[in-house]
Design a binder for this molecule. Sequence first.
Ligand code: FPP
Length: 247
Amino acid sequence: MTGIDKDRIPAHIAIIMDGNGRWAKQHALGRVAGHKKGVDAVRDTVTACREIGVRYLTLYAFSSENWNRPNREVSALMRLLERFLQLEFKTLQKNNIRLAAIGDLKSLPERVLKTLNEVIGLTSGNSAMTLILALSYGGRDEILDAVKRIAGDSAAGKLDAASITKKNISDYLYTEGIPDPDLLIRTSGEYRISNFLLWQTAYTEFYFTDVLWPDFRKKDLLQAIADYQKRERRFGLTSDQLVGDLP
Ligand code: FPP
């Protein structure tokens, strides 16, 4: 861990895992082969984050827009996800990692949802790290859903519309109770947020790398963290106003 300050590890890292298709093309393979290799990178990254002391890791595994991909690819991704949950369950337990999920989970295939809920339930007592899978996730959908529930609760007299706070809004999002990401990594040289954690990334530090997701390994994660540690997070204040790290 040379070059990394162990006392300033980002508590929450979010990752847009991009480039599986391009990796496959570069290796003259089909897109699904790229996703399979992507699972190796997921495993490696979860292990590395746990070792380093990251408390929350959110992975953008399937966006609400990804449903529009060819049926074969969507089915393959769902199968990979189910297998990942079945195979990694023991490792999560061994490493004291809790699984959580955000997104429109009810639109997942029944078998995937069942396995997902089982692993979430069985790991719910783990406390060293939380692995959050964003599945059928869209940031605008999440905000829309929150607005609808806030409006409903307000109409029912449970919430006073005039005194709604930013904290209230956070509490209506899928990420309720999870701190906002400190660092967001996007692989494959794309510079977009792609509808990911729109509300939660207001003050997140962004890190972009050309590495394609299937090639992403611990050294790349450490490089992202080292870069993050060089930055001054000002949260809208001036440098002079900063005393220590703000939340
Ligand atoms: C983006 O690459 C990646 C995805 C849409 C899926 C990510 C899924 C995995 C890494 C595997 C399954 C996940 C878990 C948690 C087991 P892309 O296909 O858009 O790549 P491209 O832009 O190069 O075509």
